[in-house]
Design a protein around this ligand. Structure first.
Ligand SMILES: [Zn+2]
Length: 201
């Protein structure tokens, strides 16, 4: 994980107001390979192994759909033109992380729950987390894509994590997405083939 990601990671037990303290055992080029993130509130420790942060969930493999066309489409929906910025991909879209990094400069992609691939590249930050809460501070991620089951399960958390000028992509968008997003101060600005793009009102 990129060392600056520490600033926006939070304790999944204590909630988004509780940041984590990094103890890096091994770092290369501003990326922590081995270390620990500790919560000063509940004293829980979350290990970093092979650059991935283990928040207590088993990583799952994701189908390899890493192709340039769908990454271009994803980048357009997320409104990504360049960084520095953190982008979060949850669900099947996480397979686009490497392709997205090839077409958008200076972004760090955070993936949720997805196991490392053989052709992993720098710029992918893996979080092994499950449960209803994202271990991320509020309003700090430039763009969030929630795909597959995560579109429904993490809709509200995604809306919370996205920055004031950021975008939230839901694929597929749940039927009650507009109503739920409105409660979090967001509205849908584009909708196509079951995918919705939302921005802050
Ligand atoms: Zn805690």
């Amino acid at each position: 994980m990129h060392i600056l990601l520490t600033d926006i990671l939070t304790c999944p037990r204590c909630g988004p107001a509780f940041g984590l303290i990094l103890l890096a055992d091994r770092a290369e080029d501003r990326r922590v390979i081995e270390g620990v993130l500790g919560c000063s509130n509940c004293r829980e420790k979350y290990p970093i192994r092979d650059g991935a942060v283990d928040f207590g969930a088993a990583p799952e493999p994701v189908a390899d759909v890493d192709d340039a066309d769908s990454a271009e489409r994803l980048a357009a929906m997320l409104g990504l033109t360049g960084g520095p910025a953190f982008v979060m991909l949850a669900g099947p879209a996480a397979a686009q992380a490497a392709a997205l990094l090839r077409i958008v400069d200076d972004v760090e992609v955070v993936t949720l729950g997805v196991a490392a691939a053989d052709d992993d590249v720098a710029g992918i930050n893996r979080l092994y987390a499950a449960g209803p809460q994202l271990p991320l501070a509020s309003g700090k991620v430039a763009a969030v894509a929630l795909t597959g089951a995560s579109a429904r399960a993490l809709l509200e958390e995604g809306a919370r994590a996205v920055s004031p000028v950021g975008r939230l992509v839901l694929d597929p968008a749940p039927a009650d997405a507009a109503e739920k997003l409105e409660r979090h101060g967001m509205r849908i600005v584009a909708q196509e083939d079951g995918t919705a793009v939302a921005v802050r009102m």
